[in-house]
Design a protein around this ligand. Structure first.
Ligand SMILES: Cc1cc2nc3c(=O)[nH]c(=O)nc-3n(C[C@H](O)[C@H](O)[C@H](O)COP(=O)(O)OP(=O)(O)OC[C@H]3O[C@@H](n4cnc5c(N)ncnc54)[C@H](O)[C@@H]3O)c2cc1C
Length: 387
């Protein structure tokens, strides 16, 4: 079969694929060298990206809301409110991102092929050969953001799943000054840790999300809907927007298709922080690093630049969270309580020095974390051993 020859193929034009194309253009790479493919045929607001702005990123102009204060609450505990104007919590709706990036790609002559699904991929030592629903592509380099291959249920012990409703109430209810990041003071179901996440835009408008860190998948989402209805109570409201997500919480490497010519990116490249699911900022940093390497002719970094210490800390915390979700919830709130607000924000996005990491560990319950460390250690040793 005749193959179409392309230089840079980006598989999946979601957050990571579009971000990479943006950063490649920033690095001076000609848009006509890039082809993006994605089976979707349209873009809509299918998610909202939120993060502490602890790293610069090129989409600051698309942030629609920033909170300089935030609150958390343990089961049965008081509110803990903290804040720092230097590291606001930012809200970026996906439709604004998709629209802005697509306009730039179109102007730069990037070929974005929607309605095209990628299939098998193979590196024959000369080029990467990619089967697609529109024919065979032969590329010098492929960046692949398709969801990871294979059955991950064996290796993933926890999932983060959430349903969010942006609601407009008929009466004032929300406190727009501060975002509620984790309210664990809600009926727990015994299936992991459950909390509400409330981003108040105005007194009457907020995005309210029911979230679980759970070993079980979300099922038919009844629990999420019940939790949201319980929170809204008898308030009369209209639904402006709804979104759902499931993110694996794991430090196990994803079954990727890495080869010198095939580079996994996005969640497929392990870029979601295992203990929180935050990925947007890491995707920007990884895309920028790949683009710089490519523009400079350097070898490409195979995966995220997260340190082994960060992985270990996440692993230990996930072990603790799977064993004792209520205690882990209290520990998370304790971090917000004890650490300087900017350190908490930076820790959640891995922008901390090794010394600061030790400080974070000291703010956790030492005995429980030591137990979790001991339980996590065999997994670490096994992972380092050749298969
Ligand atoms: C609802 C939701 C909310 C989130 N909120 C946050 C947040 O607040 N903060 C944060 O940091 N992270 C958040 N995340 C996590 C993460 O930032 C997002 O999942 C992000 O979109 C990951 O980017 P990605 O490119 O890896 O995946 P995606 O953005 O999902 O892109 C993958 C693309 O691959 C395409 N694809 C699938 N199969 C094929 C195929 N066979 N061939 C070609 N293309 C294919 C898909 O159509 C899709 O466009 C959220 C995730 C979800 C789901």
């Amino acid at each position: 079969m005749n193959a179409e020859r392309v230089e840079l193929a980006i598989v999946g034009a979601g957050c990571a694929g579009l971000s990479l194309a943006w950063h490649l253009l920033d690095a001076g790479i000609d848009g006509r060298r890039m082809v993006l493919i994605d089976p979707r045929t349209s873009y809509e607001r299918d998610r909202t990206w939120c993060f502490f702005e602890v790293w610069p990123h090129p989409f600051e102009h698309l942030v629609t809301h920033r909170w300089e204060r935030w609150r958390v609450r343990a089961p049965g505990g008081p509110w803990v409110e903290r804040g720092d104007p230097e590291v606001p919590y930012a809200h970026l709706p996906a439709d604004a991102f998709y629209g802005s990036v697509r306009a730039r790609l179109a102007a730069a002559g990037v070929s974005l092929r929607l309605g095209v699904r990628a299939g098998a991929i193979d590196d024959d030592g000369r080029a990467a050969r990619l089967e697609t629903s529109a024919g065979l592509l032969e590329a010098t380099l492929v960046f692949d953001s398709r969801p990871p291959l294979g059955d991950r249920s064996r290796e993933v012990s926890l999932l983060q799943h959430f349903e969010g409703w942006e609601v407009l109430l008929e009466e004032d209810r929300f406190e727009p000054r501060s975002a509620i990041l984790m309210d664990f003071d809600v009926p727990q179901t015994g299936r992991g840790a459950h909390f509400l996440y409330v981003l108040p835009f105005e007194r009457r408008r907020a995005l309210v999300e029911a979230t679980w860190f759970s070993p079980d998948p979300p099922g038919d989402w009844t629990l999420h809907r019940e939790s949201l209805r319980r929170y809204l109570g008898s308030a009369r409201c209209s639904l402006v927007h709804r979104e759902r997500g499931v993110i694996p919480m794991t430090t196990e490497p994803a079954a990727t298709r890495w080869s010198p010519r095939i580079v996994p990116i996005g969640l497929a490249g392990g870029l979601a922080k295992p203990s929180t699911g935050y990925a947007f900022l890491d995707i920007q940093r990884h895309s920028a690093a790949l683009a710089e390497d490519l523009a400079a002719g350097r070898p490409l970094a195979p995966r995220s630049r997260r340190s082994w210490l960060s992985h270990l800390q996440d692993d230990v915390f996930l072990e603790y969270l799977s064993r004792d979700p209520p205690a882990a919830a209290v520990a998370m709130v304790g971090l917000f309580e004890r650490l300087a607000p900017d350190l908490t924000a930076r820790f959640l996005h891995d922008r901390v020095s090794p010394r600061e990491r030790v400080g974070v560990m000291r703010a956790m319950p030492i005995a429980a974390m030591t137990g979790a460390l001991l339980r996590a250690t065999p997994r670490w040793i096994r992972r380092k051993m050749p298969a």
